[in-house]
Design a protein around this ligand. Structure first.
Ligand SMILES: [Zn+2]
Ligand SMILES: [Zn+2]
Length: 180
């Protein structure tokens, strides 16, 4: 069984890729594994900047980890430059420059089932509960699981804004199609 790189190794890889392909322009991001992902390979949020990777997915596909990190970094780079951080023409141009062949691994033109229609994540850092929202919440909110009080500042939910998601399921479906 292959051991996943730990978070400090991921930070080192991030720094190396940042220097190699982005002139060091990408601001620091927290990088974390999120064991709750069931059909996502990776996810990037900004405010606060965070890249999350699926440990389940990369235990099975360790070779894909670097490319997924690089993919999320292109989103981060575009965002840092004030450009649209989505899968734009600029995204695809940069993708080719850094040597990534397709957005979804070897999927060719297969589209993801959903490219983050919900833009905000509210997360309790204590119990890791997550809520998805289309709009930024209007006021401070706290975790209803951790405290029943109307608003409890001890369990305030952090708000993350989603830039991009990487679907695992789409990849699997397309792989089946190609294999037949
Ligand atoms: Zn909670
Ligand atoms: Zn993406």
């Amino acid at each position: 069984m292959s051991a996943l790189p730990d978070v400090s190794e991921l930070q080192l890889l991030f720094a190396l890729l940042n220097n190699e392909h982005f002139g060091g322009e990408i601001p620091a991001h927290r990088i974390a594994y999120n064991g709750r992902f069931s059909n996502l390979a990776g996810r990037i949020t900004y405010k606060p900047p965070l890249i999350e990777l699926s440990p389940k997915h990369f235990e099975q596909h360790p070779e894909a980890l670097r490319d997924t990190l690089l993919h999320e970094m292109i989103h981060a780079w575009l965002f840092a430059r004030g450009e649209n951080p989505g899968h734009t023409a600029g995204f695809k141009k940069k993708m080719r420059e850094v040597g990534l062949r397709s957005i979804y691994h070897d999927l060719g033109s297969a589209a993801p089932k959903r490219e983050s229609t919900k833009r905000f994540i509210l997360r309790c850092e204590r119990c890791t509960m997550e809520l998805l929202r289309k709009r930024r919440p209007p006021a401070l909110v706290s975790c209803g699981r951790c405290s029943r009080r109307n608003y409890d500042p001890r369990f305030q939910l952090r708000v993350y804004e989603v830039v991009g998601l990487r679907e695992v399921e789409a990849e699997t479906r397309a792989a089946h199609r190609i294999g037949r």
